[in-house]
Write a protein that binds this ligand. Structure first.
Ligand code: BGC
Length: 738
């Protein structure tokens, strides 16, 4: 009873209703003798036994009800059997505010605040996978407290073009890094009895034309670049839900592409969970039924916004009628229902479930830590940073982003937060009354005369100027549904920065944005640039701690910053945004640094790059062979020393290059990384295991991963372009793995 009371404290109205229904149903069964209690209500039974038991009790109509939405973010309950409403929620950065039920407008609740975490691009920039786990845990706990069953995250789409409007929601351009972060995020969420839903399988690499565009890519590119995070999510993290992308793959919508869903995801990888559509991403009953879609969400039917006829969804009455006419076997329906039921049992929907917690100081502390570790110091000439708080007597803070709130992002990435510490607030809190702080907006979306002049005047009178520039989730500026038009800063910010630095050479530029920004007009003149990403609700505090040296910046880029947009592959090859409805992935494997390195194009800032306030030295690389055929094949062991005067964390990156590959390969590929925190003068041994898959490429002729006997160079770097140690490793024998 005490347990129940405690749990109820964390429940919202929807969840409470669910609990009461379940309790009433279960109470009906508790009068029965143990042997008469349905197996599906018995936590002692194996999961599949419970699934089969519940499945056989459901009517065909009840089964159909599990395959489609009954509001914006839910599916219908089956009260007579105690099957509760299933609640889904965005998004990747925090549990989204409740909408609807039948509109995108906010529900107007007062209990749907949640921790607003730094964006996924910030999380990935930490290169600290423990933080991905912690991030997932926050979301899992908050989902439970908000009564949610499936979290629509993480996003594992690859950053193919720097223009993509959702890059800030992505982990970056590298599949290995994406996979590591996805896996830990999912584990964190699912540890709290909430199913994660990795999205968008597989593609959606740009917003332009996302609902219709057909992706044309070769098999190797699919397998080596776009699928690995999803494969790892299934095989390593046991993810329970996958969302199909809006895009098409080889002519079929991704959410029911026979090849992607039936053959690869469910067939080759053995995925047992459910595949859902993206909202409004279903267009045909037969294709959806046969192509492997298990749950249809967000379809725009002919009803009014307030009363959508959910029974008209493609997987609702049209499927039911088809079943009744014998057009589809019942086994197909049952397979789809099982895929809904398995996650419910795995997440203990019918049992004692973890209660969760919301907006706790611990969650906020996690948000702050990730924001701090995710900030990337791009330039720091003459040790312009950190600022010494005891010496700065006057500071000019400039820029709309210094006071802007970003929590309400856009669409699925928005969160209703209890507070959001802005950069200005963070700086004021950190400096207190020790310094004279002025604020000038400098630019706005709407323009305005004299804004630059005023900022310049303020900068001229201050010891230091901090310009908080960047993008802001407005249309075309880090916004779902709209790609950016170019990589430049909007609203005269380039001019503002140039003018301010002319007035005060001690000008620090802080960027609040997703990756990447062109900095041509001012980079040479500005001594320090810090990429702060979208740092979440504690972002201002985190930023001030980095600027004033309370914490060392240890983030590194997960996307290459090109000097010019036209240097990046999709643009250099003219394949963006597609031709006549088709998006040709002509660059193939050469996405991000794979392109820049292989083609020898100098980036503005390379993948894996980020400075620190201290210095690190690498030494003593040893390649220690493993015990074949077990993994790891080899372990790279080396030492890192902090030779500076401050504590700091370094990310060591491991790249593999095959000397004479049977098929052409990129110049190098990330296959490992490790972040180490070191005190001044401290030296530590780092070990990075390398599995067989790290040596392999996908050979479409053999339908498998081929690791060829021969020489491989193991490179250890501080970035993809700053390799500090390297050695050759002879792989003894060739293998082909499925
Ligand atoms: C987005 C998804 C999101 C869904 C529900 C779609 O527009 O692509 O990522 O989960 O909306 O909000």
């Amino acid at each position: 009873m005490r347990d129940t009371t405690m749990r109820l404290r964390h429940l919202n109205g929807f969840d409470l209703l669910k609990c009461l229904v379940l309790a009433a149903c279960a109470a009906g069964f508790t009068g029965l003798r143990a042997e008469e209690r349905p197996a599906y209500l018995d936590p002692g039974q194996p999961r599949e036994t419970r699934v089969e038991d519940l499945l056989r009790r459901l009517t065909i109509e009840e089964k159909i009800g599990m395959l489609h939405a009954d509001s914006k973010f839910s599916t219908a309950p089956v009260p007579r059997l105690g099957v509760p409403t299933r609640w889904l929620t965005d998004g990747p950065h925090g549990v989204r505010e409740d909408v609807g039920p039948h509109t995108w407008n906010p529900a107007g609740r007062t209990d749907d605040y949640a921790t607003y975490m730094p964006a996924l691009s910030a999380l990935a920039s930490t290169w600290n996978v423990d933080l991905a786990r912690a991030y997932g845990e926050v979301l899992g706990e908050e989902c439970r407290a908000r009564g949610k069953d499936i979290l629509l995250g993480p996003i594992a789409d690859i950053a193919r073009t720097p223009l993509s409007g959702r890059l800030y929601e992505y982990f970056g351009e590298d599949p290995f890094l994406n996979a590591r972060f996805s896996v830990n995020y999912i584990r964190g969420v699912q540890d709290h009895d909430v199913a994660a839903c990795i999205k968008h399988f597989a593609g959606n690499n740009q917003e332009m034309g996302r609902a219709t565009i057909d992706m044309d890519m070769d098999e190797r590119t699919l397998r080596e670049i776009y699928l690995p995070p999803f494969e790892a999510a299934v095989k390593k993290a046991g993810v329970w839900a996958v969302m199909g992308a809006y895009t098409k793959f080889r002519g079929e919508h991704c959410a029911y592409s026979d090849y992607l869903i039936n053959k690869i995801l469910k067939g080759e990888w053995g995925f047992q969970g459910l595949v859902m559509s993206d909202w409004g991403g279903t267009y045909d009953t037969r294709q959806a039924v046969l192509g492997g879609l298990d749950l249809e969400m967000g379809t725009l039917t002919s009803g009014t916004e307030e009363a959508r006829p959910y029974k008209d969804y493609y997987l609702a009455n049209p499927f039911l009628e088809g079943l009744r006419k014998g057009e589809y076997p019942m086994s197909l329906l049952d397979d789809k229902v099982r895929r809904s039921l398995r996650p419910m049992f795995a997440m203990h929907v019918f049992d004692a479930r973890k209660p969760g917690s919301l907006n706790t100081p611990e969650h906020q502390a996690t948000a702050q830590r990730i924001a701090e570790e995710g900030m990337v110091l791009l330039k720091n000439e003459g040790d312009a940073l950190p600022l010494d708080p005891s010496r700065v007597t006057s500071l000019a803070v400039i820029g709309e982003n210094a006071v802007r709130h970003n929590a309400n992002g856009f669409f699925g990435a928005g969160v209703k937060t209890m507070h959001e510490i802005t950069p200005l607030e963070g700086i004021v809190k950190r400096l207190g009354d020790r310094a004279n702080i002025t604020y000038s907006i400098g630019y706005t979306k709407l323009g305005g005369s004299n804004l630059i002049e005023r900022a310049v005047a303020a900068a001229r009178q201050a010891d230091v100027a901090v310009i908080v520039a960047g993008l802001n989730h407005s249309r075309y500026l880090d916004d779902e549904g709209w790609d950016r038009k170019n990589l430049r800063l909007p609203y005269d910010q380039d001019e503002l920065i140039q003018r301010v630095v002319q007035a005060n050479p001690r000008t620090i530029v802080v960027l609040i944005s997703g990756p990447a920004i062109e900095m041509d007009p001012w980079l040479d003149r500005v001594p320090a640039v810090l990429q702060a990403n979208y740092p979440g609700m504690e972002g201002g505090t985190a930023l001030a701690r980095v600027l004033f040296g309370d914490v060392d910046p240890s983030g590194k880029l997960t996307c290459t910053y090109p000097k010019r947009l036209m240097d990046s592959p999709a643009h250099a090859l003219g394949t963006y945004p597609g031709t006549n409805g088709t998006l040709f992935y002509t660059e193939g494997l050469l996405v991000g640094y794979r392109w820049f390195d292989t083609k020898n194009i100098e980036p503005l800032f390379p993948f894996g790059y980020g400075l620190s306030y201290t210095r690190f030295e690498y030494s003593d690389l040893k390649l220690v062979a493993g015990d074949p055929p077990d993994d790891p094949v080899v372990t790279a062991e080396f030492e890192i020393a902090n030779t500076g005067r401050r504590a700091g964390a370094e990310v060591a990156e491991l790249y593999v290059r095959q000397a004479h590959p049977g098929l052409p390969r990129p110049l190098k590929e990330l296959k490992g990384f490790e972040k180490v925190l070191l005190q001044p003068g401290e030296k530590r041994k780092v070990s990075i295991p390398i599995d067989r898959r790290a040596f392999a490429y996908y050979d479409p002729g053999k339908n498998g991963w081929v690791s060829e006997a021969g020489d491989f160079e193991i490179q250890i770097g501080s970035s993809s372009r700053d390799i500090r140690l390297h050695d050759m490793f002879p792989l003894a024998y060739t293998t082909v793995e499925k």
